[in-house]
Every structure is written in C-alpha cells, then in structure tokens.
Design a protein around this ligand. Structure first.
Ligand SMILES: Cc1ncc(COP(=O)(O)O)c(C=O)c1O
Length: 408
C-alpha cells in the first residue's frame, strides 16, 4: 500500500526516501501487496470459471512477473520478448496466449515450438503463415481468432474495436477466416478472442461487452462447426487516475457478470476455457515513479520544478499515448505533512516543451534534493516510455515484497 507515515510517503511501510537512499533514483518502486489486493478484487468480481491472464505489456518487470506466476492463471504476451520473459518468470506454455497484429515468422515459430495454449490470429494472412510455420516443424498450432466486432462498442477511454482497425479480423470476415483455416492442415481454430479497449471504469459496459463477445463466440462455433475450447472476453478494466474518475465498482461488476457465461454460452461455458486479460487494473496502483528535484526556477511569473527524470521515463504521466492532458496524482515524498504553497509545472530534463510530468500542480514549496513521486504508475510506465530519448540513464526498478525493497 502507498500511504503516509510521519510526513513521509511510504510503500508497503518503507519510507520512499530510504528506498531511494539504498537504491537510487529516478526509480519505479512497486509494491507486491497492492498487486495481491487488486488481483483479489478482480477475482471476486469475476465468475469462478473465468480465468485471469496477466497482460505482460502493462509491466514486464521480472520481479512483477514472478510474483504474478503465483497469482494469475496465465499470461497474455504480445511479442517474442514478452513470451521469453513470461516463460523465464515461470509461466507454463499451456498458460500463455500470444496476441498482436504483427507477429513475425520467428515469433510464431517460438510460440509453436513452445506449444503455448493459443496463438491469437489477427488477420487471415496470419492464419496462413501460422500454418506454414507449424507445417515446417511438424506440429499443429492452436489458434484463436481475434474478432473486431461490427457494432461500435462504447465505454472504453481508448476504444480499440467496433471501428476500422488494425486489430483482429472483422466480425463480417469470420467466414473467410474459417475458409482459410479449413485448407490449413496444421492449424486448429479453437477459440475466439476480443479486446475492445482499455480504461473502462463502468461495470455495465464490461457486462455488455462480455455478453456480446460470448454470443459472437457461440454463434461462430455453431455456424462454422468448431469446438469452442477458449473464449477470451478481453477486459480493459480501468483504474481512476484523475479527479472526476471513480474506482471500479467491484460489487457491481460481480452482480453484472454473475451467471453471464452460462446464460450466453450454455453448455459451452463448461467445456471452454474462459478468460479475461488484464494489465492496468492489476498493476497501475502498485507503482510510483520517483525523481529528485534538481532546480526550482521562475520564468515570466511561472514556477518550474526541474526533475532528474521526465517523459523519457514516464510517457503516460506526460499525457502521451492515449491520455488527455490531466495530471496524474503527484506527491513530494519528504514533505507530506506540509501545506501546498507552490503552484508549478513539474518538468523533466529533456529538451522538449512536452517534457512536463504535471502542469500547474499545487505542492509544498520544494528545494533541490527533495523527491517528487508520480503515483499510480505501475502500468505502462517504464515499458511504455521512450527510454532512449536523450540517452539519459534508465530508471531503477525496485519491488517491495515481504517488507523488503529489492532491485527488480
Ligand atoms: C490485446 C490487449 N490485451 C490486453 C491489454 C491490456 O489492457 P489493460 O491494461 O487495459 O488491462 C491490451 C492493452 O492495450 C491489449 O491491447
């Protein structure tokens, strides 16, 4: 848990200043207990027979992945690199699915050789390539089809389906996909996958999407005569980042989803492996990003706090990559009991005016040497940032687990 003790921001009871003294900064600091809490909440919300796959893209840190092995039912990977990391962390091939619109031949080969649970094909030509690769190694690849629904799906702050898209196979083209697959000797279509968008905060929207996907999957299996072994309902469960957003209502989600797989899939609900894939909900709250104040300056009546790291380490906080320009919650780690007396832009060290982690934010008066934290930074932080930009050092990553902070 991230909380305040004696004027200090703490992660799982450890003062952030002490963690930084021991491990350095700029740093991402993660808390394993918060991951446990988020996982438990999502588990409570979902019907028992719906498995939770961790979306590695949200945070592929090895410490977090190893921790996830003990929690999640499987891993959803989107590159050969993520596949390797998931396997190294200890996920069994039978608990891994591989999603992504641009898989290379080498990535498909790795997936086939490892014998992962499902390769999720995102286009008709990809089915043909999977068949060729599987034929070369004399195997049969288990393939799920990612479907882009015809109907516009609302409710995601970043919608990724229900419109023309590079992701998935259009619902109207499911027939062509099965036609292609029927001529393939080394591909077995065994499931349906859909992922409609991210940062959904409304239980009703998740239920509506889940129902749509379940019904679409059942229709496809009946129409094209294949045994539905897997249905992936996607997910996109969000966390509130900004003032007008509220925590996901877990009780409401539990109510909305109770009985839904049975109702929509009938007997198939018991024969198929049902799953959601979740990244942000599981790890966003577990992490903070910490950087040191280097300079405090004024320019034409405005205050600027220049930090040791910025957009290069935390692109999402700088509102790049699908976020509107609103401030993530920030804190001055070592002045938590002081009043806000300064309104400033918190900037990084880059030579671009977009390098602003928080704009016009109210904070205590800071001095060089103080530490500033961006909260809710465990998802799409380190891994989704332009770390090479300006060739600054990469941030450290530290995981606090069982009361101890360790490099991760
Ligand atoms: C196909 C797919 N699955 C899973 C995820 C993870 O989503 P989230 O972090 O919102 O749970 C994403 C995110 O973009 C995605 O594209």
């Amino acid at each position: 848990m991230v909380d305040v003790r004696d004027g200090h921001l703490c992660v799982a009871g450890c003062r952030v200043v002490d963690i930084v003294d021991a491990h350095g900064e700029p740093a991402y600091i993660y808390d394993a207990e918060t991951i446990d809490r988020q996982y438990a909440q999502l588990r409570t919300a979902l019907p028992d027979d719906v498995q939770i796959f961790y979306s590695v893209k949200a945070n592929p840190n090895p410490g977090i992945l190893s921790h996830m092995v003990g929690l999640a039912d499987g891993a959803e990977v989107s590159s050969g690199g993520e596949l390797r990391k998931a396997l190294e962390a200890g996920f069994a091939p039978q608990d891994i699915i591989f999603v992504g619109p641009g898989k290379s031949e080498a990535e498909i080969l790795a997936a086939v050789r490892e014998g992962i649970y499902a390769i999720v094909a995102e286009s008709v030509p990809e089915i043909r390539l999977i068949d060729d690769v599987a034929a070369d190694v004399g195997r049969c690849a288990h393939v799920a089809l990612r479907i882009n629904p015809t109907r516009p799906m609302s409710g995601a702050r970043l919608a990724m389906a229900g419109k023309p898209s590079q992701f998935g196979i259009d619902e109207a083209d499911i027939g062509s996909a099965f036609e292609e697959a029927s001529s393939c000797q080394h591909v077995e279509i065994m499931g349906i996958h859909a992922y409609l968008g991210t940062r959904i905060l409304d239980a009703e929207v998740v239920a509506r999407n889940t129902r749509y996907i379940a019904e679409m999957a059942l229709r496809a299996s009946q129409e094209y005569g294949f045994e539905l072994a897997m249905v992936d309902f996607g997910g996109g469960f969000g966390v509130p980042y900004f003032e007008n957003e509220e925590e996901f209502d877990i009780d409401a989600l539990q109510r909305e989803l109770a009985g839904l797989p049975d109702e929509c899939l009938g007997d198939a609900a018991h024969r198929a492996r049902l799953m959601v894939e979740s990244g942000r909900y599981l790890v966003a709250d577990c992490g903070i990003y910490v950087a040191r104040v280097r300079y405090v300056k004024q320019s034409q009546g405005k205050s600027f706090v220049i930090l040791s790291g910025g957009t290069n380490h935390h692109m999402a906080a700088a509102a790049i990559g699908g976020f509107v320009r609103r401030n993530f919650p920030v804190a001055v780690v070592n002045r938590m009991d002081e009043p806000n007396t300064l309104t400033a832009d918190l900037c990084g060290p880059l030579c671009t005016p977009t390098d602003v982690l928080a704009r016009k934010v109210d904070i205590p008066t800071v001095e060089p040497g103080d530490l500033v934290a961006v909260l809710k930074s465990g998802a799409y932080g380190f891994s989704a940032s332009p770390l090479g930009f300006l060739s600054h050092e990469q941030p450290r990553e530290v995981l606090v687990k069982n009361g101890e902070a360790q490099p991760a």
